[in-house]
Design a protein around this ligand. Sequence first.
Ligand SMILES: C[S@@+](CC[C@H](N)C(=O)[O-])C[C@H]1O[C@@H](n2cnc3c(N)ncnc32)[C@H](O)[C@@H]1O
Length: 508
Amino acid sequence: MDVLEKQADRLYDDKKYQEALDIYLSLAKKYPKTEKYSIYCGNCFDAIGDTSEAIRYYKKASKLNPVSTVSLLALANLYYNNEDYENAVKFAHMIVKKFPDNASAKLILGNVAYCQRQYEKAFEYYNEVYAQNKKSYIALINMANTCYDLARYVRAVDYATSALKLNPASVDAYIILGNSYLELNKTEKAELNLLKALDFKSDNPWIYNSLSRLYQKSEQWEDALNFGWKSVLFAGDAQEAQHINFGYLLYECVDEKGPDVAVSYAKKWQEAYPKNKLVQYMAAAVLEDKKTKQADTEYVKKIFDAFAEDFDETLIGLEYQVPQLIAEAVVKYFKKDFWKKTKYLDLGCGTGLCGQMLKPVLGYHTATGVDLSAKMLEKARAKGVYDRLENKEIIEFVTQDTGQYNLVTAGDVLTYFGDLKKLFEGVAKVLNLGGMFVFSISENMFNDADYSITPSGRFVHKLDYIMALLKKNGYGKVAQDRKALRNEGDKVVYGYIIVAEKSMIIEK
Ligand SMILES: C[S@@+](CC[C@H](N)C(=O)[O-])C[C@H]1O[C@@H](n2cnc3c(N)ncnc32)[C@H](O)[C@@H]1O
């Protein structure tokens, strides 16, 4: 073996990738037909973050030795790690075509399907690997995890137990067992497994999060908050998901037990993360802070991006009525001579439920949707009921937009605003004379304030405040209907569907 090659291999094993790369590059130049040098150049480029060079060298290696799977597998892995699933699948399939039993390629195909939430397909790939090799821990743990996502908890327990036999120190197996037993309401077994997972990995925020869910489920609120707090501490600022979970936990605690315990955690949380806007907003909601006038935009983006995938399905479960009620109000009050040429604007359109309801009713001329969450907009786009979708903050949009509309809706959106002055002014600006603004508000039944933030992070409003503000902004005829809007936990949220017609122009 070339002395230089030995030196490069040693540097590579010591993770000194840049130094190793310099030598491998010179070797690859000297011996252009040697597959190994191209592969190691690719590995080093990948390790130092130069993906396009890594790809170039792997492709070169694959041409040098077309029957080898090494470079193809490296390519599939690299694309998978960079979330380029199309190319990851392309190269994994090239391997499977040549070598139908190649487990590594099948695992990549399974992982891609899993990341795309195609859990049945993912399970099939993992199962094929397992069928070929009953000692494959990786296949078993992936099967267990996928069964958990498919809500097949008993099978998840079986596969995780088998995985544990092959790898008794598997933290993942203990976590899957704990979470699955939790779903099966076997609290003692769940606790045992999660505590075991904690023995192996005491800094994993997800384990604390699962234990927190477990104690919440058994109404041990002190423990639930204590473990929730630890999940936040171990997550730091980086893992926002843990902060969102903790915020919901505090809200649910206030809802079930009253504010006492949750409030002290909310204060502590606010102090510990002074620069984290999401934390500041969620804590302010739990503390029902009167100074807060609007939901933080980062908070809105994050929670709705996370919620987008399951939004429509979840809202059916919450008996969400608003889009239907808005459509009924439009049919009842919207001027018939506008119907054929409706220029429609849907503020906070989300996944497009209002647009979807109104399209068959109005067959509108043009429809524009505006929302802060890109993921919600993706869902709206797929429904094909809007001509234009804008990923913008509502007030910013109505202030800058030069369009004129004759119908504006906002379904369950004003609940993310306390003070509505700017929003009503902005909508009046983009609305034609005689045009209508149809929206819902949640009713403030808790205190005398015009608007009030609630621990769930949503605002509630007084009807008198809304009416006065509409009048001030040139809205004349107004109709309002008190309705049940949706459920929140085991309570019904009441509010109003308001129809306001712009009847004069207010000069500013
Ligand atoms: C509860 S969803 C309602 C979605 C839709 N209107 C419906 O009825 O199904 C609220 C939507 O308002 C959006 N939103 C809240 N505040 C916003 C703001 N300031 N600017 C833009 N979009 C906002 C959220 O991203 C979310 O998609």
